[in-house]
Design a protein around this ligand. Structure first.
Ligand SMILES: [Zn+2]
Ligand SMILES: [Zn+2]
Length: 355
């Protein structure tokens, strides 16, 4: 690997295309002018929960990892409902997510807080035009469905339809002021919360929490995130074995998205629900002394950065000695990367989940 081969010169946040995103954060506050009624809280909660589940159980566990099967109509409904969260189409979302698993916390990872900083991993990459395109090369299994390509292309259609429906629902319940409150608070408010909860899985779930499994990345298990994001906070479990529909590997780990997938299987809406095999549950446990290569790499990188900062301050003072130091650092870095590669094995644990 050596030096990074990723070109980051064109990774700039586009101010123009970021306007809708930032404006949306202000819209719920306009509800101060319309006032709120009890049903606005209910609309907020239902829109949050239904769309969040479509993202976690649908965009993530179905489209990105194929952890269970559904029929073509349900597949489209999942894509539509997830699409209503205004996080682009399922093909776009899942394609980029597969890329994340392939290169977690490596130079190529688009949203690694270790490599690119917290805010970039949280929402910087979303606001960068470079990643606007769908990675059709990474999602050929679903890109073959024309209805999914259609909704992926016209990804604003579901949020516009659901937003309009929310407006009319508010109107039916209490007139004009209620209609605006339902739209501004109920729809836009829950959409903004959905953004940040989803983004936190990319940022916070790689920074805060516990690590049970030694993985090549910095993923964590975080109870609060799991409660907010329907079980997605068990992110270290997920990176350890991504081909499983359940991300909670212990009875006490709450995973509402999985409960729903399981419940749906009883009435035949989902089938072939994949679970983590028992032997994988006990593999690569840090408490058993497994070398935690993901964290080792992260700390090594921090140490290297500190070393490089210190070195740059010394200027040319040391002459030959500095050259020797440079060579030693480069050789050690290459060795560490080689160890990391060998330790993580030829394939990421759990496969790409796309089989
Ligand atoms: Zn995933
Ligand atoms: Zn991750």
């Amino acid at each position: 690997m050596g030096e990074t081969t990723v070109d980051r010169r064109d990774e700039r946040i586009s101010m123009l295309s970021s306007i809708p995103f930032f404006t949306m954060h202000l819209l719920p506050f306009l509800a101060f002018f319309t006032g709120l009624r009890w049903w606005d809280a209910l609309i907020f909660f239902v829109l949050y929960y239904v769309r969040m589940t479509a993202l976690t159980a649908g965009y993530h566990r179905y489209f990105s990892h194929r952890t269970y099967k559904v029929n073509r109509l349900v597949q489209f409904l999942i894509a539509f409902t997830g699409g209503a969260a205004a996080q682009k189409g399922a093909l776009w979302w899942a394609g980029h997510h597969r890329h994340h698993h392939k290169y977690s916390d490596m130079d190529e990872d688009i949203h690694s807080p270790t490599k690119r900083g917290f805010w970039w991993s949280h929402c910087g990459w979303i606001l960068c035009r470079k990643y606007d395109a769908t990675r059709f090369d990474l999602i050929p299994d679903f890109a073959k469905y024309p209805e999914l390509r259609f909704i992926n292309k016209f990804h604003l259609l579901p949020p516009i339809l659901v937003g309009t429906a929310t407006f009319f629902l508010g109107y039916a319940l209490g007139g004009t002021a209620s209609a605006w409150a339902a739209l501004l608070f109920g729809f836009f408010g829950s959409t903004v919360l959905l953004y940040h909860v989803t983004f936190m899985i990319n940022s916070l779930a790689h920074v805060f929490g516990n690590r049970r499994y030694a993985t090549r990345d910095t993923s964590r298990n975080n109870l609060i995130l799991s409660l907010l994001a329907g079980g997605e906070g068990w992110h270290n479990n997920h990176h350890h074995y991504m081909a499983s529909a359940n991300q909670a590997f212990r009875w006490w780990e709450i995973d509402t998205s999985f409960y729903l997938i399981k419940l749906a299987s009883f009435v035949g809406l989902t089938w072939d629900v994949r679970k983590v095999p028992k032997h994988m549950m006990e593999k690569h446990l840090i408490r058993n002394g497994e070398a935690d290569i993901g964290m080792f790499e992260k700390h090594w990188q921090n140490a290297l950065l500190a070393l490089e900062n210190a070195r740059s301050k010394t200027g040319e003072m040391y002459g030959e000695r500095r050259k020797e130091l440079d060579a030693l650092i480069a050789a050690t870095k290459a060795k560490v990367e080689e160890i990391a590669r060998l330790a993580s094995g030829p394939e990421p644990v759990g496969g790409d989940g796309a089989q």
